[in-house]
Ligand binder design. Sequence first.
Ligand code: FAD
Ligand code: PYC
Length: 417
Amino acid sequence: MTPFNALTLAKEALRGQKGWEKQWTNPEPKSKYDVIIIGAGGHGLGTAYYLAKEHGITNIAVLEKGWLGGGNTGRNTTIIRSNYLYDESAGLYNHSLNLWKTLSQELNYNVMFSPRGVMMLAHSVHDVQSAQRHIHANRLNGVDNQWLTPQQAKEYCPPLDISKDSRYPVMGAALQRSGGTARHDAVAWGYARKASALGVDIIQNCEVTGINRSPDGKVTGVETNRGTIGAKKVGVVAAGHTSVLMEMAGVRMPLESYPLQALVSEPVKPCFPCVVMSNAVHAYISQSDKGELVIGAGTDQYLSYSQTGSMHILQHTLDAIVELYPMFSRMKMLRTWGGIVDVTPDRSPILSKTPVGGLYVNCGWGTGGFKATPGSANVFAHTIANDAPHKINEGFTLDRFRSGRLIDEAAAAAVAH
Ligand code: FAD
Ligand code: PYC
């Protein structure tokens, strides 16, 4: 238990006893915001932007313990798609995909959205059936997705090996042509610049260490390494660290945090035209505009808050890449890194009010929240502004883990975990 958690527990034990308010309610803070957002990743900065732009709330601070986009936003492999199985997910991820299409113009910042197509490979009868189920469900929800034979998959992605004697024979693929990639850090910078222009304060190197509440339990602000800051509402948007922050307000979250790794190769001339994912062999790949192959792995199988992962996971990923694309067998890898993803039991996110008045939470994106950045930020801003969910996120509540109305997207996560 960290000293901080011990303090939180002590506060909880004393809550309601005589003299409690004097002892634990902090002095009136010097600054007071209408909304504090904890976490300056794409989701947090985007939330601040949409609060200002669409709801006229500009007295906002975004607090970040490190630097803008230094969390998962700047660490992911930038795959964007909306081919999820259930109606709730199709609504949320398609809302996001639609916002991606005009995001560069909206922010006046080139986020380099590139809808070059995302292909998900099938290597077994089970994969084929699951992919085709997704294709049918997607089409019913107006999400483009089509089945490709192995030959058609190779035509779409020439480096792919479809020989029958390979270790992971390709039995077909699901292709979402409208999916693709974007430049991850530009998304954080673009939202930050536009939010700042609308009056939002963005404070880096400012770690939140406590969430303050009034004697009746409502949020009053936060404690940070730079002092107390007051707020009427607080939104926690701190992927990977959500449980730690929510515990500061006495809320226990249904989340586990895992390392997820990626790596890039030396830059080469354009040779890989689309995005290809394979859940079965735990590898996904695209080529950045700089020419690097961008390769991602599955999650480590242990819980951790460390932004590194195990070497054997990367080794396994590169084995799979070389099996699927033999022409890359002599490529050199330049860098590897990891991020911490927080995962819910049903592999769907939480975009929700909480049992604490004025406290909202956006988390649980697991391995797949980059694609959701604009859509998530947009509906989360609505949730905070109106103290009620937007129609698009009304199923993604914290309460579903009590009621049992889960949205089980494990098969659509497309990354082994
Ligand atoms: P973040 O960008 O992590 O922002 C949260 C911020 O909160 C961080 O900057 C952190 O420093 C800050 N913070 C934490 N604690 C505190 C505190 N106490 N006080 C102040 N600030 C705090 N998704 C996809 O859709 N497609 C992909 O291809 C993809 N690939 C991935 C590959 C890897 C290797 C990883 C790690 C993730 C990948 N993801 C992908 C997932 C995606 O990156 C995340 O879901 C998404 O970026 C989350 O964005 P965010 O803004 O919520 O979080
Ligand atoms: O959700 O598409 C995804 C994804 C790809 C890599 C990591 N997550």
